[in-house]
Design a protein around this ligand. Sequence first.
Ligand SMILES: Cc1cc2nc3c(=O)[nH]c(=O)nc-3n(C[C@H](O)[C@H](O)[C@H](O)COP(=O)(O)OP(=O)(O)OC[C@H]3O[C@@H](n4cnc5c(N)ncnc54)[C@H](O)[C@@H]3O)c2cc1C
Length: 287
Amino acid sequence: MNFSLEENISLAPYCSMKAGGKAKYFCLPKTAEELISALRYFREHGEKHIVVGNCSNLLFTDEGYDGAVIIAAGIRGSKSEDGNITAYCGETLSSLARVACENSLTGLEFCYGIPGTVGGGVYMNAGAYGGEISQAFRCGKFLDENNEILTLNNEEMDFGYRKSVLNRKNLVLLSAEFACQKGEKAAIRARMDELMAKRKASQPLEYPSCGSAFKRPEGHYAGALIEQCGLKGLTVGGAQVSVKHAGFIINVGNATATDVIALLKLVSDTVFEKTGVRLEPEIRVIV
Ligand SMILES: Cc1cc2nc3c(=O)[nH]c(=O)nc-3n(C[C@H](O)[C@H](O)[C@H](O)COP(=O)(O)OP(=O)(O)OC[C@H]3O[C@@H](n4cnc5c(N)ncnc54)[C@H](O)[C@@H]3O)c2cc1C
């Protein structure tokens, strides 16, 4: 075993909602090799397991995870070559944008400020301000459930709105290559700063959250519907619909995962009753 394994670890400090129970087993690999060893180990031992990044889009229930939680956020590093950037799965999306900027490459500015990793970003096809991962993703290296390494290109990823082939196939991203275009460093930096300023002005970044709580329903904006239904500030336990941005559910103090899940349901049901539009959670609840 070339990775460290801990037991009965509280997951809340690792999750951006700062809520959730404990993991039966927990490991934080620092390299892709350690990640592969951990996956082989848990598979050989028939142990339930999940690979996560920065846990900025997911919530473990208060009952915790009866298996192994593998946090890939420590597997960092990226390099730029011939207009492409190759990054390990744990590299943050903000750092990916910074590396592109340092190399005067444009196309990844939208990643700046999304608090996830490359692994979670590819899984979710993360996006913001008109950009999304699918526009830059060239190919990725994955470990499949037989512990074989395979490469998938953009077409094989079946990217859609906040989803990819990874939602239905058990593949773990090890690293990904992104294609960028030559640009002007100062303009790239200015665009990144502009997007960060927009985030700070519109999002409740001072509170723990998972970002947008609901997917954008076709033809509508989740936040606008929630606001229109008068739900800003609605609170269950320590979970609250943000007053600054109705699309966010924030932890205003010791929220449990149960509070957050109850509020997600209450908001979705109320919006449905009042508008006929059903909001689907973007936050992934892991059981
Ligand atoms: C303040 C705030 C702002 C946000 N803004 C945005 C935004 O503008 N746009 C946006 O799209 N999202 C946004 N998010 C949500 C979130 O940051 C993104 O969805 C991000 O891509 C999730 O990355 P992560 O590493 O945290 O993934 P996690 O939350 O850890 O995991 C998400 C999913 O990816 C899977 N996964 C993670 N790593 C791997 C891997 N290596 N291989 C296979 N599967 C993997 C997990 O199993 C899980 O199912 C925001 C969140 C917050 C808290």
